[in-house]
Design a binder for this molecule. Sequence first.
Ligand code: WQD
Length: 340
Amino acid sequence: MKILVTGGLGYIGSHTVVELQNEGYEVVIIDNCSNSSTGVLNGIAAITGQMPIFENFDLRDKADVIDFFKRHQDIIGVIHFAASKAVGESVADPLLYYENNIATLVYLLQELVKLKTANFIFSSSCTVYGQADELPITENAPVKPAESPYGNTKQIGEEIIQDTCRVNAQLNAISLRYFNPIGAHPSAAIGELPLGVPQNLVPFITQTAAGLRDQLSVFGGDYPTKDGTAIRDYIHVVDLAKAHVVALKRLLAHSNKTNYEFFNVGTGTGSSVLEAIKAFEAVSGKSLPYKIVERREGDVTAAFADTTKANKELGWQSKSTLKDALASAWKWEQKLRSKT
Ligand code: WQD
């Protein structure tokens, strides 16, 4: 059974390819390598013993997308990760985000609706909730006006899929609203490869511990939280990857209740930035230099998931602790440094 993974050389995509192969699926990856490298293929193969089929092209090229589906008529499912995902960059260059995140989704769906049956999983984000009024956040929480073009592309993407499913009964789709993916595969054969200065907390922590950064800036110490720093739901990337396989199986077994569903995917536990730092110091044995500075524009105070729906309907729940995930991130960082 052949599954297309777009953006399969990326951080979450590559970990999902591993879990798909572990479950016996044949995987074909489309990636334009704009934010990844083909070396990730060797990492995947080192873990599973299987080299995925890889096609290097840009989903913005509609003719290439059409040609791809002509050549791969045996695809039974698509997991769509390929997108730009830097909040700050999206503010500076919104059209890059609307073209790369929306046009490509439309081109994929235009091919899927031609098939007798199609199963589609969309990489969405808890960013659609903005600062939720109630915590933990359930799927009933209102989608708030996006605080960035990036977040808007996730909201618009979900609406496009829902509208398309409404008039194409043979298209079955699930959006997974990720909280904060962190960590790396326990083998340290694959992991996060941030380009340039990491925007996200955990890669910045591990690069600081590895001596690549002088100190971590903690964005805000005056939030109305237990220790004044912002709270997030940090989920191990392997747990997140497994959620995609479970969601795919739900669609393939036609056990989805409607042909469009969405689920929060987190641990259900909120951790502050200072708690993440302390947990990292405990698992790494390193003392992390940090300084509390001004809040970062666009950050919410707190976001963590109510995972009841995914637990009950998908039969999925995260297994790893924050310390497990941070330990795997540190092991990966040390592996990267040993190569340079
Ligand atoms: C986490 C916390 C920061 C860096 C974003 C996107 C989300 C998803 C994940 C793509 C916040 C603090 C961070 C630093 C810090 N992206 N922080 N110092 O912003 O919750 O989510 O990335 O899929 O859609 O919105 O993640 O890791 O950037 O920040 O203090 O150097 O760490 O303020 O409280 P975020 P993050």
